[in-house]
Design a protein. Sequence first.
Length: 364
Amino acid sequence: MSDEKTELTEEDKLYVRENWDKVGLIELVKHVSGDEDADGRSLIGKNISRYIGEFGGKAKTTKYNKMEMELTEDQKTYVKNNYGASKPLEIAKILFPEKKQLTALNKETLLVQEFIKSFDPEAIDSKDELSVGTYRAPQRPDTLLFKVIKYVTKFSTGEAKAPDGKNLTELEKKQLNSLLAYINTHRFLSQINRYKKEDDRETFESCFIRYTFDKPDLMQEDVDQYIVICDEIVSQGKIQATIELLDLQIDEALQSEAGARSISGNTTELINALREKLNVSRKRVDDTMTKLVQTRSKRLDNKFQENASILNLVEAWQTEKQRMKMIELAKEQKILEGEEVDKLSDMDGVIALIAGFSKDRARH
């Protein structure tokens, strides 16, 4: 928080000197900071400990009583299903939505970390963050929704209202379930686990979610193409970073005459080659994206035409006059006797009615 208290006033120091040996460090921190969620690992907590040490004292460290807060069985199941795909802080924010400003130091987050350690000690490294091991995709729509809101710009910026996890529309449910299937495919998991840096994984995952979260109708071939596109974008980031590093080295070298002479033609050629590679990659992404959009658009148009025929049938039955025509046609074909029901789909009169033109016109 930008307004977090970090420095001790003279009044704070007096309070600490009078109470350091009477109460624990957490109580001192809460009193001085005015924050009930602060503890000894906050900046103000560290400054209090340092100040106590300056006059030869030692702060009383206290741990929160785990019996005061425990995860429910549902929460434990949630953690086990999602701890590999989300960091402890992200999980804690979902499990404790009433806590609006959770940090990695809050007891809710620590509780999640401790539980993860209890069944998978290697999942948490020395910095209390998820190590870059095997990527585990979310297994539940609500976890995935958290990532959608985080990565999709219009939701994260507030430009559009984010889906409400407790009141999802049928379309939103369908979109989340489809996305859940996409990111649990072998192809997706194989690709994301090739990246050894957390930043690369997050870039890949965020791009894929942004491109596919609202497309529940993708074919497997489409999913594979989006995976290729996202991999290209990860590569572009690496190329761009290399170019920027080389440009910086050249700028620094140009600050002196000797440095300017040290710049070789090979460096300039390398930068030009990298820029060309970057441009080719960007064009490849654009071409693939255009093809995907066009293919999907054509498929949706065909689907719309199919649904339109069904819609016409429904509307025909809902209209009394049209319904009577259908019944008369059925009588003429003797289907009401139950003997030729299977011929309904072949009745040229019914088909003509659904299509929207007369039987005579259909014959021409």
